[in-house]
Structures are given as C-alpha cells and as structure tokens.
Design a protein around this ligand. Structure first.
Ligand code: APR
Length: 309
C-alpha cells in the first residue's frame, strides 16, 4: 500500500501532541469508512434510488415510516456486521491515556462504543442507530441491537450473496412496502410508533449534551482539535474547532481522505496541520507517541504496547 500523503510534518505534530493537556476530536463518517460503512456525501450517498439524506427527516418518516425504517434497518444491520477499525481503537486508547480528551462524533454506528471508548469521554452528537425513541411520548430505549429490528424489516437484514452487494441496494429489486401497523410501537405509551434514536435533518441535538460540550470547551484552553473524516458542513459539529480556538492558542489538525475540496473543516490552508489519507492508517501513527502501537491478539482482542505510562 502506498504511504499516506501528508502535507504536514508528523514530527512537528508529535511535538504539539506531547505538550497537549486538553484535546478535542470531532469525527465524521470517514472514520468508519475503512470499516466498510459508506459516507454520506460522495458515492455512498445514495440508498436504492433515494438520496440517503432525504430519508433522514421526520417528513420522510411521516410520509412512509416503512421505507425509512427499512433504510435504518439496513444501516443497523451493516453497522452490526462490520468491526471498529484501528482509528476507533486509537481514539479509545487516547481517551484512557489523556483524561483531558473529549471525543465528539457525528457517527451513529456505535463503533466507538464497540472499541471500548470510555463513555464519559464520548458524545454521540447525532444519537445512535441502536437507541429507539417513541414518536409520541419520546420514551427512549437506550440500547436495542435486534437484527432485524422487527419481522417486517427482515429483508434489510438478509446476508448478501457472496461477493455481491446487498439485494436491497438494487432499485430494480422490489422492496416490500411495510405498513405502520407492522412496525414496533412504544412499550410505554403503547400508542406511538417507534423510530430510530438519531437526530434527523431539521431536528435539535440533545440540549443537555450541547450544554455539556459548551462547558467542556469553555472550561479551559483546548490545546489541540482533531477533525477526523468529516466534510465539516453539518452544524453544530462544523463549528466546534472554531469555538475551541476562541479560548486561546489551539492547533487544529485535519485528517481526511481528501484535504483540498469540501467544507470548512477539510481545507488545509485554514488549519495548522493536515494529513491526507485513511484515518484508520493515519490516526494510530499520529497518536503513537501517547498510545503506543496496537497489537491484535488471535481472538481479536486489542492491546497497546510502548505508549506513554
Ligand atoms: N479516512 C478519512 N476520511 C475519509 C475516509 C477515510 N477512510 N473516507 C472518506 N473520508 C472523508 C471524506 O473525504 C469526507 O470529507 O470523510 C468525509 C465524510 O463526509 P460526509 O459523508 O459528509 O460525512 P459527515 O461529515 O460525517 O456528515 C455529517 O451529515 O448526513 C449527515 O447526519 C449525517 O452525521 C452525518 C452528517
């Protein structure tokens, strides 16, 4: 494999990293790309013949909850099928080594959690595919990994034929229409339809979580912000690095497959360090002076050697 392209010096970044007490990460879909999950903008942005983002709205759910649930049933299934990659593990280890590290993620795939990221140092900005919310009384089931989520969504959870894409992705394969009465209803109020516990376009992020993030950023100078695998066009995530900079001298490092195009967070000329390539390759290397090197045991267990004690 060709070495990752970078435009900054890794050793200069390492000096910054070693002096950093408070570190913030803002992560996006590119972090999970090498696990096998598609990103939103770019070629992974279609689901069948629908723009993936057009299905992530309350309007779409109200119009056709069966279709939207099928989309989310498929995303749940895929997220359960893939594994966290070295970048998720590297961030989890950074959290254990640096108490002043906070990771904000836009990803709803639960891969940070499956990589054992300490929960107190992780904020799920856009919720989780595996939490379930009532559309009527907002009762929240924090963790549900049933696959399929209910019998009517079974087509989304079928294993694809070997070496072929999942049949549900082919717009020419008919999709059974799922009426609302075949979808799960709230176990508490018994009336409301359940929906994925993710934040859809046009919805507010959890108020308390945003307040906690503001408090964390405002508490003291943030030495380093890592902006990883995000196009940086969705707010409020896109604004956290600039917010951190207002507290004093903050270095911002962007890790992205494509540095030159896109939104504000992946334009290297606005940042202090930019590293172009796969986050799963780059992050373990960038964080190595603190986390050491990752060793994967035969049973798939991950351990770290040679990190900062
Ligand atoms: N390593 C690093 N970066 C990568 C990789 C990779 N292997 N693969 C892709 N990228 C980069 C792309 O260049 C792009 O800049 O990841 C970014 C992914 O951008 P988006 O698809 O826009 O994802 P994200 O920024 O997370 O989107 C934000 O938008 O649709 C909503 O709610 C959804 O949380 C999502 C939000």
């Amino acid at each position: 494999m060709a070495p990752p392209k970078t435009y900054s010096s890794i050793s200069a970044f390492h000096s910054k990293l070693l002096g950093a007490k408070r570190i913030l990460a803002v992560c996006g879909a590119g972090l999970s790309a090498s696990s096998g999950l598609p990103t939103f903008r770019g070629k992974g942005g279609m689901w069948r013949n629908h723009e993936a983002m057009s299905l992530a709205t309350l309007d779409a759910f109200e119009r056709d909850p069966g279709l939207v649930w099928m989309f989310y049933g498929y995303r749940r299934h895929m997220a359960l099928t893939v594994k966290p990659n070295a970048a998720h593990y590297a961030l989890a280890e950074l959290a254990r080594k640096v108490p002043g590290f906070m990771c904000l993620t836009q990803n709803v795939d639960n891969l940070h959690i499956r990589a054992s990221h300490p929960p107190s140092q992780l904020k799920l900005l856009h919720g989780s595919l595996f939490s379930i919310k009532c559309t009527r009384c907002s009762f929240l089931q924090p963790s549900n990994a049933d696959d399929p989520f209910c019998p009517a969504l079974a087509p989304a959870s079928l294993p694809p034929p070997p070496n072929q894409p999942h049949p549900i992705l082919d717009p020419n394969t008919p999709l059974p229409s799922v009426p609302a009465q075949d979808l799960p209803h709230c176990p508490k109020c018994q009336i409301g339809l359940q929906r994925p516990g993710v934040v859809w376009f046009g919805e507010q992020l959890d108020h308390q979580m945003l307040e906690d993030i503001d408090k964390w950023i405002e508490a003291e100078k943030v030495d380093l912000v890592l902006v990883i695998g995000t196009s940086g066009v969705v707010w409020p995530a896109a604004g956290f690095s600039e917010q951190a900079r207002t507290k004093g001298e903050t270095s911002v490092v962007v890790v992205n497959m494509e540095l030159e195009e896109g939104g504000r967070n992946n334009r290297p000329e606005k940042e202090d360090f930019g590293f172009e390539g796969d986050a799963a390759v780059l992050l373990p290397r960038l964080l190595e002076p603190i986390i050491g090197r990752m060793v994967v045991e035969e049973e798939g267990e991950v351990r770290w050697v040679g990190g900062r004690s």
